[in-house]
Design a protein around this ligand. Structure first.
Ligand code: SF4
Length: 437
């Protein structure tokens, strides 16, 4: 995008800021950049005046509320070839190649993968990290990730505390690294700027994970839905039933599956255990249609949750990320109502609420992979933890409303908490600060 002659005296950094603001205004207002530039008042010639005009136009609510606007005015670097094609037929595409570490080549998981994907080739590799270490990894590789399935023996990263964000209230969650990479395409997914795996990676050695889990303490809350969807590959791995059976012997430790799928057959094949929680991320169908590509519809997620509850599992729901749009209140209130119509409230162990957040580098990946997105049109401001979020006042309004709608119908035993928010936001929103399962 070219900045017109009249701003040619601005230095490179200033031109970059102007270009970023014009780009985002044009996208948000569905205009051509030149139309935005043409509307800059003629008397705005100094950089400060031009920027003030553009900031007020890009962040009108924040300016009205006198919020500090220190957004991310990074260079606009859009590569049209980076856009993620969203017209694939299958929700979970079959891989073209299965790479198995030699140490797991005779495992049941590799055998099942070969049977399930008969058209995929099988390549034996020595060690995953050495094999992939030489590869360049970029957005194009991320877009191709479902083509390659790696089945490995995980040696070190079995589970660790959720990294959370500095300064926010932790929820005590520990991530079990039972897979890396997800075939779904959520526009806001943090993996797209974090993942450095050229394919989907699944560990074969679940028993080694169990040995490490056995050393954890009672009260720990584990889950596998951070670096992958917990259940999307469950018909291949069969992990869920084995996890339920294992944790049945450790009633003081809680394991949560987190999913946007309805792949619950493995869970229904075994007797439920009281310390297993099956969690779904929920959003209104219009948000799913626009942002959670290839995931199960809201109706299918709720039907799967109802089946799990009827089978005896505790359930959990994560309204995360809540996406702001004009008229969000009625749509999200309807979503909360729909949850409690579908799932018995006494089955619900906990419900979390979080709002859209991302790092500046994630934002750059999103605008490349999903050029038609609307989530970046919102007024996202830089927080103290270096993440872009809705303004504090807007988030508070969302949390207060969501907590009120949830509490109206939730059982007294259901824990309701905020995800990745500060203690003061919890306090102002009326959320309980000490997280306990
Ligand atoms: S389901 Fe989760 S892990 Fe998968 S793409 Fe969506 S946000 Fe990412």
């Amino acid at each position: 995008m070219d900045i017109p002659e009249k701003f040619s005296s601005f230095g490179a950094n200033k031109r970059q800021e102007i270009t970023r603001l014009v780009f985002e205004i044009a996208k948000r207002e569905r205009l051509m950049p030149v139309e935005v530039l043409d509307r800059i008042p003629a008397d705005c010639r100094a950089f400060a005046a031009v920027k003030a005009y553009l900031v007020a136009r890009r962040f009108p609510e924040a300016v009205r509320r006198q919020e500090k606007v220190s957004g991310s005015f990074s260079a606009v670097e859009i590569d049209p070839a980076s856009a993620m094609p969203l017209d694939r037929g299958e929700n979970v595409p079959a891989p073209g190649m299965i790479y198995a570490e030699a140490s797991v080549k005779d495992s049941p998981l590799v055998r099942r993968a070969v049977q399930k994907y008969p058209r995929a080739g099988l390549t034996l590799i020595g060690d995953y990290k050495t094999y992939t270490g030489r590869e360049e990894f970029d957005i194009h590789a991320y877009n191709r990730r479902t083509r390659d399935l790696f089945i490995i023996q995980e040696q070190y990263d079995h589970f660790k505390p959720c990294p959370c964000s500095p300064g926010v209230v932790p929820c005590g969650y520990h991530n079990a690294n039972l897979g890396f990479g997800c075939p779904f395409e959520c526009t806001y997914c943090f993996l797209q700027s974090y993942a450095n795996a050229p394919g989907i990676v699944i560990p074969e050695n679940l028993d080694d994970f169990f040995r490490v889990f056995n050393d954890s303490r009672d009260g720990v809350r584990l889950g596998s839905g951070e670096t992958t969807d917990s259940l999307v590959f469950d018909d291949l791995t069969g992990f869920s039933g084995r996890i339920v059976e294992h944790f049945r012997a450790f009633p003081g430790r809680v394991f949560e599956f987190k999913t946007k799928s309805d792949n619950v057959a493995g869970l229904l094949d075994v007797k439920a255990a009281s310390n297993i929680v099956v969690g779904w991320s929920l959003n209104p169908q219009k948000v799913i249609d626009a942002n959670e590509h290839f995931t199960a519809s809201l109706a299918r997620r709720l039907a799967a949750a109802a089946r799990c509850a009827a089978h005896g599992y505790r359930t959990a729901f994560h309204f995360d990320p809540v996406i702001y749009f004009p008229g969000w209140e009625a749509v999200y209130e309807g979503l909360v109502k729909r949850l409690f119509e579908a799932v018995p409230s006494e089955s619900i162990a906990w419900i979390s609420v979080g709002t859209l957040r991302m790092t500046p580098s994630q934002k750059k990946v999103i605008e490349n992979r999903f050029p038609e997105n609307t989530i970046l049109d919102a007024e996202l401001l830089m927080g103290a933890d270096g993440k872009l979020r809705y303004a504090p006042a807007e988030r508070l309004e969302i949390y207060r409303a969501m907590l009120a709608w949830i509490r109206r119908q939730a059982a007294a035993s259901t824990h309701v908490y905020l995800c990745m928010e500060t203690a003061s936001m919890w306090h102002d929103a009326g959320a309980r600060v000490n997280w306990q399962a």
